[in-house]
Design a protein around this ligand. Structure first.
Ligand code: FAD
Length: 286
């Protein structure tokens, strides 16, 4: 399980991938995972729901990571995507695939979901799903959750957000991964705030490499993560030159990781976006 490595290692590294959009693209995703696995991550997480992916695809990719590559796979599961019955079924498949790590999330509302469906979901918030999984599986599962250095966009205040994070920890979280964060000052302040609130579980800082100007689109705007002037200046300067933007974007991410490490942050999570070349370029600079 992922939490087995927490006490032994001062420097933890994880990557995130998403399942293929089309059924016949598994080959490409597996090839990316083959490459990512050569960098010896502590775990690779697999998203659920993004771009309409279903739980079967998440489990299939996670199973490949766990059983073929012998690397801890972290399966994302969402309240928006699962009723209790669906979750029970997914947990059975999860056990059959020898998986033992779940990132339990509320999830964002898919465009195809009506207000009625969204408002009547069985698990309202991530803490309810975390509690359900913990009660069902006890210590045979490692459970992660999401957190937000600039607060979740729907939260009225950081104080309110922290109260809800506490509920998730009390429900049985083992660790958290942050929303993408481009500004280390913001992450370090948040890390301190969590400690002040007696939230002491490991926290992975989410690093999103920006290697193309077009990435600064809707998803980053919706994430609520602020883009520091240094990064927006790089995009303004190099955005029209793909090679230079790749070089500058991976350097920015590598510098961020170096600085976090030098400030004693042990958990780094790279949003790999199914791009092993980007991850390789970052790690070569560390
Ligand atoms: P929650 O912890 O449930 O919080 C959601 C909001 O509700 C927050 O504002 C919180 O403060 C508030 N809240 C919590 N509990 C209560 C309560 N009891 N009463 C009132 N308000 C409450 N989305 C996907 O669809 N698929 C993915 O694979 C995926 N992977 C992700 C991975 C990471 C590392 C991160 C950071 C996010 C990911 N997301 C994914 C996005 C995530 O689902 C959204 O950010 C979602 O809006 C919130 O999920 P959460 O688990 O943080 O929600």
């Amino acid at each position: 399980m992922i939490n087995d490595s927490f006490s032994d290692s001062m420097s933890l590294l994880s990557f995130e991938v998403f399942p293929p959009k089309k059924d016949d693209d598994f080959k490409n995703v597996f090839a990316t995972i083959d490459e990512l696995s050569t960098f010896n991550p502590d775990f690779i997480s697999v998203t659920y729901g993004a771009g309409g992916s279903n739980s079967k695809k998440t489990l299939e990719v996670a199973s490949y990571i766990q059983t073929q590559k012998k690397i801890n796979a972290l399966c994302h599961m969402t309240c928006v995507g699962y009723t209790r019955k669906d979750l029970d079924k997914a947990l059975e498949e999860f056990d059959n695939s020898h998986l033992s790590n779940i990132l339990a999330l509320r999830g964002d509302r898919p465009q195809t979901m009506t207000d009625e469906q969204f408002n009547n979901r069985e698990f309202m918030y991530a803490n309810e799903m975390i509690e359900y999984i913990r009660n069902k599986k006890g210590s045979n599962v490692c459970i992660g959750g999401a957190c937000y250095p600039e607060k979740h966009p729907e939260s009225a205040s950081m104080a309110q957000d922290i109260e809800h994070i506490k509920e998730k920890v009390e429900a049985g979280l083992d660790f958290m991964t942050t929303q993408m964060c481009f500004d280390n000052e913001i992450f370090l302040r948040y890390f301190e705030l969590l400690h002040k609130n007696n939230i002491n579980i490991p926290v992975f800082c989410g690093i999103m490499p920006i290697t193309k100007a077009t990435q600064l689109g809707r998803s980053i705007t919706l994430s609520g993560s602020s883009v520091p002037k240094k990064l927006s200046d790089l995009i303004a300067l190099y955005g029209d030159n793909p090679d230079a933007m790749f070089e500058q974007g991976t350097k920015y991410a590598a510098d961020q990781i170096k600085n976090l490490r030098s400030n004693g942050v042990s958990g780094i999570h790279i949003y790999a976006m199914n791009n092993a070349k980007t991850v390789k370029a970052i790690l070569e600079q560390l």
